[in-house]
Ligand binder design. Structure first.
Ligand SMILES: [Zn+2]
Length: 219
């Protein structure tokens, strides 16, 4: 059967932009036009073009561990195409750009991932992306940078672990944080984040005070 003129024209534009449909695996009949999403991504973010053109894109909802996407930061980006096709093409652009930016921002483990996600999503929002699917949202993430956020979260979790026998308290002055609260403070809960920052400062102060060496008395 003859291909529709629009489809032929679209394929020409994709080819001209260096997009290769062979690098897309498993997107047929998912409802997500992966080539269109990739094209829009490189038009919006020309600096991400080489990652978008060269990485292999796989539709693998199960491979994203319940999330919407993931990447090995070297050659593969996995997307949950079913979820993205219902969220819309611009949400897919947000997610592709997010994964491509992990080639510039990444750190080890869960806290490292939260830290790099904070910086990446802040960069995307600063570029005017709506980030419809939400995700990690940390105040001043760009100014702090991935490593500083990672160090801060690590310290916060360290303090959580060192607090023994205390239960969460509604009173903000004596409130001790739980691990879950540290994590949820990273999801755009700015009031909780501000309280976390103050709590860590207080713990820092307690630590330096208790670390003061005793005065040596000389007679
Ligand atoms: Zn991420």
């Amino acid at each position: 059967m003859r291909k529709d003129f629009d489809i032929i024209e679209k394929e020409r534009v994709y080819r001209e932009n260096g997009l290769d449909a062979k690098k897309d695996v498993g997107f047929e009949s998912t409802g997500l036009d992966i080539q269109e999403a990739k094209l829009r991504t490189i038009q919006y973010f020309p600096s991400l073009a080489s990652v978008v053109k060269n990485f292999t894109f796989q539709n693998d909802g199960s491979g994203t561990e319940g999330g919407v996407a993931c990447t090995d930061t070297k050659s593969i980006i996995k997307l949950n195409a079913v979820l993205l096709s219902s969220a819309g093409i611009e949400a897919a652009v947000d997610i592709i750009a997010h994964e491509a930016l992990h080639t510039e921002e990444s750190a080890e483990g869960l806290l490292g991932n939260i830290a790099s996600d904070g910086v990446i999503n802040a960069r995307l929002r600063a570029s005017g992306r709506s980030m419809k699917l939400g995700g990690i949202d940390i105040p001043n993430a760009i100014q702090m940078g991935t490593q500083a956020i990672y160090a801060f979260l690590n310290k916060a979790i360290g303090y959580v672990n060192s607090v023994t026998g205390s239960s969460p308290d509604a009173d903000s002055n004596s409130h001790e944080f739980t691990r879950e609260e540290v994590i949820s403070a990273c999801y755009g809960n700015y009031a909780l984040w501000a309280r976390l920052v103050n709590w860590v400062k207080t713990k820092d102060k307690e630590k330096t005070q208790s670390a003061q060496p005793e005065l040596a008395l000389v007679f």
